[in-house]
Design a protein around this ligand. Sequence first.
Ligand code: BGC
Ligand code: NOJ
Length: 814
Amino acid sequence: MRLGHFDDQAREYVITRPDTPLPWVNYLGSEAYFGIISNTAGGYSFYRDARLRRLTRHRYNNAPLDNGGRYLYVRDDAGGEYWSPTWQPTRRSLENYSCRHGLNYTTIQSTYKGVTVRTRYFVPLGETLEVWQAEITNGRTQAASLSLFSAIEFCLWDALDDATNYQRNYSTGQVEIVEGVIYHKTEYRERRDHFAYFACSEPLAGYDTQREAFLGPYRGWSEPAAVERGESGNSLAHGWQPVGSHHVRLTLAPGETRTVIFVLGYHENPKDDKFDPPGSQTVNKRTVKPLIARHLQPATVEAAFQGLREYWRGLLDNLQVQTPDPHTDRMVNVWNAYQCMITFNMSRSASYFESGIGRGMGFRDSNQDLLGFVHMIPDRARERILDLAATHLETGGAYHQYQPLTKRGNNDIGGNFNDDPLWLILGVSAYIKETGDWSILDERVPYDNQPGSETPLYEHLQRCVRYTLDRLGPHGLPLIGRADWNDCLNLNCFSDTPGQSFQTTTNKDGKVAESVFIAGLFVLAAKELADVADRRGPAGEARRYRDAASRMEATTLQQGWDGDWFRRAYDDSGQPVGSKECEEGKIFIEPQGICIMAGIGVGDGRALKSLDSVKEHLATPHGIVLQQPAYSRYYLQLGEISSYPPGYKENAGIFCHTNPWIMIAEAIAGRGDAAYDYYMRINPSAREAVSELHRCEPYVYAQMIAGRDAATHGEAKNSWLTGTAAWNYVAITQWILGIRPTLDGLQIAPVLPGAWPGFSATRRFRGVTCHITVERTGPGNSVELTVDGVPQTGDVVSVPGDGRTDVKVRARVS
Ligand code: BGC
Ligand code: NOJ
C-alpha cells in the first residue's frame, strides 16, 4: 500500500494521507539553524545543537507519538468551528490533504469546508530563522470571517534540563511582547546572550505566551480554549511554560487568497550590549528588528525560497545519473544524496528516534558520513575533518563523540572504541581523492582541543595506525576495547547490573578480546594511508604500512577464517565469536564485508566463499541480517547485542549500514547481479510498495529493518540518521555504477547487473564536468575508456591539464 508518491520532477515526496504509520519527517536548515518537521507539522527547532540550544519543545515517546510542533489553527468566526490545516493536532477530516517534503522545505496543504490553507516551512540560507508562509484561500461562494492562530511551545534551551528539572524551570520562563513580536528570553537576565523570537506579518488581534492561558486548564493542543473562544488571552508568561501564539483575524472575499508569514528565529546579542536601555532588564532588539522586518516581506521570503532551491540544485548537480531503473535514479539523484547531507548536519544527534540530548557528532559516524557528502561540500568536509581530528587523543585514540555547539569531546558516552581512529584515515583519504587537496595533511590540529598540542594532520593519521598496532591481542588481532563498529558487541563489559550503560561499563582489563572486524578495517585503512604516504610520507613509510597491512592480512586469514566465512571476534576467554563452534551467532555480516573490502581473501577464493555463506545464512528478501542464529538469551560475555530480542537491532536485525559493505564486496568479486540485488532489497523507493509493512519513510534509509527472527520481519525503524545513507551512496555510485574518485583521477569501473545495457551520468570532479556514457558490449567487467574520443590506458580519467572544464567520457564494459 502506498501512502504517497514521488514527484521526481519537483524533487518532492508527496504524502497523501496524514495518518502515516509513523511520522514521516523532513529536515529544515542546513547551516546553523535546524528543524525537524513531520507530515503533520510536528517537530522542533534548534540552533546548532539539539541539546544545548533547543528553541522549541519536544515531548518524548508521546501519545500520539507526533505531538507538538509548528501548529496553525483556523477558526470559522461565523460558527466557531476550528481545525488544523496540517491535520494535527485537531485531526478533523480534511479534504485534499497533501504534505510535500522537498529539499530542506515542507509544504502542507489541505481544504476544510471550502477554505484551503497551504503552508510552506523553510529556513532561508544564511539565516538563523525559519519562515512559515501560510496561504489561505476562501473557496466558498461567500465571504469568510476567519481567525488564524499560531502555536509553538518554547524549550528553555537545554533540552535535557528542560525535560527533567521542573522544580527550577517552572519558575524561570520569561518573555517580552513588543510590537506584536514574542521574544522568549528565559535565562537572558543571567548568562545567556541569546533569545528566540516569533513574529507575524499581520496586525494582531491578540497573543498568548502562557501555555495554560492558551490551552485552558486540563486541555491539550487539540482543543485550545483561546481558539475555541476565538480570542487570545494576551497572557504574559511568568515561569511555567512559555508558548508563542498569535491571533490574526482575516475576512476573505470569495476566491480571495491572503498570505500570512510567521517567522521564528534565534538571535545572539553582543555580551556588553544585551540590554536596551543599558542597565535595564529589557532585551536589546535593535540588532534583530531589521532582520525580522525583512523576513515578514513576501518578496524577501520568495527570493529566499528560490535561493534555497538553487542551492540544492547546485549540490545535487555534482552527480546525476540516468540508469534503466527509476528507484536507483531517484535515490542517487535526490534522496540518498539529500540524506547524506542530513547526516552531515546531524550525525546521530536529532531525529524522531534520536532524542537530540543523548548523542552529538560521532567520531566513527561522521568520518563515514563524509564518504557520502564530500563531493557536494568539500570545504565543509574539510572543516569537519579538522573538527573531528581535534577530538583525537595523543594516544591515537579518540573521543567517541563531540558536542556540535562546543566542538569538545564528550566523555559521557564512553571511549576506547578501538575502531574509531581508523575511520579518520578513511575520511581524510576520501577527501583527498575527491579534491586533490593535499594541503589538508599539513593543517596543524591539536589533540583533545588542547592549545599547544598541535601537529600536522598527517601525524594524527600516523598515530591512528600506531594505535591499532600497539594494541594487539593473543591471536595477533586488534584488541576490541569497548567495542568496534558494532557498539553492542561488548566483550569487556560483563554487566549483570540492571541499567548499567553498556557504553561505559568495563569489568575486564581488555587484554584478551579481539576483533576480526578491526583487523579488516586496519588492512583497508593502512593500504589507504600507504597510497597517501607514497606521495606525502617520509621515505619507506608507505612500505611499512603495506607490510603492516600484509601481516594483518595473514593473521586474519590464519586466525580469523572459520572455514566458510570470516570470524567476528575472540571473546575475553579466547573463544571465537561468529564461528561454527558457537551455539548462536555463528556468522556475522561485518567481517565478511570489511575483510573483502580490504582485499583479504580476494585472491584465493575465500572472498567468494564468504559471500556465498552470507547469501546462504544471512540474506532475506528484506535485506541481509547482521548475524545468525540470533541470540536467544542474554550472554554476559557478549553484552548489549544479546540484550535485544531476536531479530531486532544488532541481534540479527537487518542493520542496513552493513548491507552496502556486502554490495561493495560483491562488486569487488565481480558479481554485479548480486551487488545490485542486495541494493534493491533495501532501496527505500523500491520498498514504497510495501509501506504498510516497512512503515518508515519511503524516501530515506532507516537504520534497521526487523530481521527474520522478529515478529515484524520487514518493518523498518530509526529512519534518517544512519551510516546506511553514506554507504549505500558509495556502494551504488562508486562500486556498482563504478564512478570512483581516486588519488590519480576519476575511475570508471562499473560492475553492473547483467541485464543493464549501460547508463549515463554527469559527475563534477575537481572542477571538471565529466559527461559519462557507459555501454555494455559484453558480459564481463573490463572497461575500455575514451576521453573526448581519445582512448585511455586503464580506467582512470585524469583531470585535463589544458583548461578543459567539460569532458566526454565513454566506457565500454565487456
Ligand atoms: C544501539 C546502537 C548504537 C548505540 C549507541 C545502542 O543501544 O543499539 O546501534 O550505536 O546504542 O550508543
Ligand atoms: C549506530 C551507531 O551510531 C554506530 O556508530 C554503530 O556503528 C552502529 N550503531 C552499530 O552498533
